[in-house]
Ligand binder design. Structure first.
Ligand code: PLP
Length: 349
């Protein structure tokens, strides 16, 4: 069975982690600090604070911006519930926004219609690895938290995704582009915001009491992150190479994403195709042929909340499928995936 996603691991990750284990200092320490500095340098920002997950990175980013009960935070509907959870953790409410059906990112004109005075922040994911419309969205004057969980290494107008918002969050979950098993990070140019986040991440040894969290990353995870970061450029090249191959072989048969954009660089965390007919039946067909495909988003947020008014999200959800794309895919596996997809897309109905 070809899995839908898979971390890209090798002996160098094992070596890096085993060094930390040998040292006997396995909790948050020197490796975490080094990993933070290296990610900040890679993104091109002043500083970074690591966390145990991407969700806790979003939670701390919202707390640092002092988002609270009564406030609204704009998020797209076509994302996982991690964003909604982070908004709810601080007692705020979501302002749900529809997506652009071509890019799957937040639709700027819909965002403009839905924001109100109480919308105090925007969480802006760069969905599936393609940077969202940062210029238009940052110019609205509402603090933007870039959600780069799926977009480490993506580029917008010459700058790395994650270097433009007030704060930016990353996830290093097992199947993300860069993996530490679980893990996250907040980066920013604001020393003040990063200081608040650093304080909130850890509850122990504080002079005063206020609610704080245990959202720390361990040195074991950070060692893996440092090792993965060294290979990130090669991971990204491989993803784009596979995307180009999928695109050239599938474009006559179905809608595929654009490969190149004049002002931004897609890293192809996901490769999304649009099909006619039932998505669940297609996924079943692929699974019976040992290729795991998935819906790009399990269920849109407006469907969980049982509200209507997100037509693009509905349309996209009803016709998109995410196919396996990751650096460790072998040539044989890529051929198999293309063969199974071609069989399905050429079938007589
Ligand atoms: C866009 C986006 N934001 C946030 C998260 C949450 O990250 P984590 O699973 O590390 O908590 C994810 C996770 O899949 C995601 O895709």
């Amino acid at each position: 069975m070809i899995p839908h996603s898979k971390p890209t691991l090798d002996e160098s990750d094992l070596f890096s982690v085993s060094e930390v284990i040998r040292s006997g200092r396995i909790a948050q320490g020197e490796a975490v600090e080094t990993f933070e500095k290296k990610v900040a340098k890679f993104i091109g920002v002043d500083g970074a604070v690591s966390t145990n997950t991407g969700t806790s990175a979003l939670h701390l980013a919202l707390l640092a911006l002092e988002i609270k009960e009564g406030d609204y935070v704009a998020i797209p509907s076509f994302v996982c519930t991690a964003l909604l959870n982070a908004v709810k953790y601080v007692g705020a409410q979501p302002t749900l926004v529809d997506i652009d059906p071509e890019t799957y990112n937040i639709d700027v004109s819909d965002l403009k219609k839905r924001i109100r005075k109480s919308t105090k922040a925007i969480i802006l994911p760069h969905q599936f690895g393609l940077p969202a419309d940062l210029d238009e969205i940052t110019s609205l004057g509402i603090p933007v938290i870039e959600d780069c969980a799926q977009a480490i290494g993506a580029v917008y107008k010459g700058k790395k995704a994650g270097s433009i918002g007030r704060l930016s969050c990353f996830s290093f979950y097992a199947t993300k582009v860069l993996s530490t098993g679980e893990g996250g990070m907040v980066v920013s140019d604001s020393k003040n915001l990063l200081k608040k986040i650093r304080d909130l991440r850890d509850y122990d040894n504080k002079k005063d009491y206020s609610i704080r969290y245990n959202y720390k990353m361990t040195d074991i995870q950070a060692a893996m992150g440092i090792s993965q970061l060294k290979k990130l450029d090669s991971f990204l090249l491989k993803r784009v190479k596979i995307a180009k191959r999928y695109s050239s072989e599938l474009q006559e048969l179905c809608d595929v994403p654009a490969i190149s954009y004049k002002d931004r660089k897609h890293i192809f965390f996901r490769f999304i195709i649009q099909i006619h007919g039932s998505v669940s039946k297609a996924i079943k067909f692929f699974s019976e042929k040992n290729v795991t495909c998935m819906r790009p988003v399990f269920k849109p947020i407006h469907k969980y909340l049982q509200i209507n008014g997100f037509p693009n999200t509905d349309t996209v959800w009803n016709k998109t499928i995410s196919i396996p794309i990751y650096p460790s895919l072998t040539d044989k596996e890529i051929c198999k995936i293309l063969d199974v997809l071609t069989q399905y897309l050429k079938r007589k109905v």
